[in-house]
Design a protein around this ligand. Structure first.
Ligand code: NAD
Length: 367
């Protein structure tokens, strides 16, 4: 390990509340992964697997712990009978992937006996998960199989679009995004579909991505304005939609924002919990990330349930609008950060489920 300073898991700040962390290593395939299970109070811990070239091992652990807690809160707020977990594979998604590596990861997931259910996240494709499924049934987001739900990204994008509409309604008193300027950071699986929805609804787009081809494609397809990656968060806009990586909202970036709303799909957008209040202090309405980006896990939940029901998925994804409006109203009443109010509601749901006993694994997960 190149950095062990933050590897004391029990005393790790982000470990609090977690049930289990599994460190996976397979020297034959080169697999190095961390599976973090935050909570199984509401059901089996479900959450995607991320593959990333982390700076060091402690960054990977930190990511896994923060993301898994986020999944518990996300699943609770989406009204799913699922707990929260997350896996990270340490490696470069462009150069380090192999069938053996994903089969090895699948065996580790299988060893957890259904306590953790994996799916796609950053750096992982549906075909990678198809390989994982050769070793374990505890995987979702597949193209094949009876209940296959496929790529969750369009559903995440649709939920994010619904969340942006809710934020626009609350903050600007408007029923439509037509004519509004939305700055989208990241044109990957979710960001691209989100741009498509926003463009169809008449929004003006400003976009940035480290992948210049994606930017040029968005300029051509959606008439978007290209902005540099350093500037996209800070352009004059009605909405900023972070759809790349986490911790983009912090004490340095927040005072520089020139927007009225931050509502995007990226996980863990706040660098620190206190940044939620900082956004409120700057009169910026923040749509809590794990609420607005729940569309994908809702779609995956339908697959875990064993019978894919598109209508159920569409209704739950549409409900993100109302869940967010309730959070925004309660935050105003209590003069609190939307992120803190959302955490509170999620914690209440998880605590209530813990009190009433854990559901059997593999039981009906649809609330
Ligand atoms: P992705 O890897 O397909 O896309 C991420 C994009 O961000 C890529 O195009 C990448 O080039 C770009 N990017 C990276 N660094 C950047 C930077 N500094 N500035 C601008 N662009 C940058 O990932 P995705 O599946 O689209 O997910 C995006 C975010 O949404 C992630 O935080 C992910 O955890 C979250 N999320 C995704 C889903 C889903 O269904 N895919 C669900 C919930 C949350």
């Amino acid at each position: 390990m190149s950095d062990t300073s933050n590897m004391d898991v029990f005393n790790h700040e982000a470990f609090s509340g977690h049930e289990q962390v599994v460190f996976c290593q397979d020297e034959t395939t080169g697999l190095k992964a961390i599976i973090a299970i935050h909570s199984t109070a509401l059901g089996p811990a479900a959450g995607g697997c991320r593959m990333w070239h982390y700076r060091d091992n402690s960054s990977a652990l930190n990511d896994a712990l923060r993301l898994s807690k986020g999944m518990s809160y996300k699943n609770a707020m989406a009204g799913l009978s699922l707990g929260g977990g997350k896996a990270v594979i340490i490696g470069d998604a462009k150069t380090d992937k192999s069938e053996e590596l994903f089969r090895s990861f699948g065996r580790f997931v299988n060893g957890l006996g259904g306590q953790y259910i994996t799916a796609e996240d950053v750096g992982i494709s549906v075909s990678d998960m198809e390989v994982v499924s050769q070793e374990t049934p505890h995987v979702a987001g597949l193209n094949s199989g009876l209940a296959a739900s496929g790529d969750p990204s369009p559903f995440t994008a649709r939920g994010t679009f619904n969340g942006i509409r809710a934020a626009v309604k609350h903050q600007l008193g408007k029923d439509s995004v037509a004519g509004l300027t939305v700055a989208v950071q990241g044109l990957g699986h979710v960001g691209w579909h989100l741009c498509k929805e926003l463009h169809a609804a008449g929004a003006k787009l400003m976009v940035a991505d480290i992948n210049e081809d994606a930017v040029q494609h968005a300029v051509k397809e959606f008439g978007a304005s290209a902005v540099s990656c350093d500037e996209i968060l800070f352009v004059e806009s009605d909405v900023v939609a972070p759809c790349a990586l986490g911790a983009v909202l912090n004490e340095t970036s927040i005072p520089k924002l020139k927007t009225k709303i931050v509502a995007g799909a990226a996980n863990n957008q706040l660098a620190k919990d206190t940044d939620g209040m900082l956004l409120r202090d700057h009169n910026i309405l923040y749509a809590p990330d794990y609420v607005i980006n729940a569309g994908g896990i809702i779609n995956v939940a339908a697959e875990i349930h064993g019978k894919y029901d598109r209508q159920w998925v569409d209704e739950k994804v549409a409900a993100i609008y109302d869940v967010l409006l309730d959070i925004f109203k309660r935050a105003d009443q209590e003069q609190g950060a939307t992120s803190a109010i959302s955490d509170l509601i999620a914690q209440e749901k998880i605590a209530k489920a813990s009190e009433s006993g854990r559901p059997e694994l593999k039981k009906d997960i649809v609330a």
